[in-house]
Design a binder for this molecule. Structure first.
Ligand code: UDP
Length: 139
């Protein structure tokens, strides 16, 4: 079932700008089922762990400062081919295609409104980062 799940975060910029509802609407309209959802605020340590792979890159400090600047909404989304379909829905990191969530709602390459897991393996790790098994609803 791994390829049926992905992890998203609605990032602080999107919440601050009041785009949460529009983003969730686009997600559910695109056939993703929300099976776990929470509003939370990352600590510096949590943000550093989540984005550990980027440590040392030139954008790392800006990314961590941004991700702890306000609350985020984490969600597990279920759909056939979830990881790839969600990456298509959010758009690329740089120059996201027209109509994608990042194209519509990102303010910059860093402040880009949403996260989406980039592989089934990372989806499993990231779902477990944010949620216990008893927070995932089977319906
Ligand atoms: N990021 C950035 N500058 C870059 C590349 C990435 O600020 O040149 C930020 C951006 O918020 C991105 C996050 O770091 O979403 C993680 O980068 P990654 O390459 O994993 O992109 P993603 O998988 O989120 O598209």
């Amino acid at each position: 079932m791994a390829n049926n799940r992905t992890l998203t975060m609605i990032k602080p910029d999107a919440i601050e700008q009041g785009n949460t509802g529009a983003i969730i609407q686009k997600i559910t309209n695109s056939g993703f089922k929300i099976i776990a959802l929470k509003l939370t605020k990352l600590t510096t340590e949590q943000a550093a762990e989540f984005y550990g792979i980027h440590k040392g890159k030139k954008f790392y400090d800006e990314l961590i400062d941004f991700m702890i600047s306000g609350p985020i909404i984490a969600a597990i989304l279920e759909k056939k081919n979830a990881v790839d379909d969600f990456r298509a829905l959010i758009g690329a990191t740089v120059d996201p295609a027209e109509g994608t969530i990042r194209n519509l709602f990102a303010s910059s390459v860093t402040q880009n409104a949403v996260h989406g897991s980039d592989s089934d393996e990372n989806a499993n790790i990231e779902c477990a980062f944010h949620f216990n098994e008893n927070e995932i609803i089977d319906y």
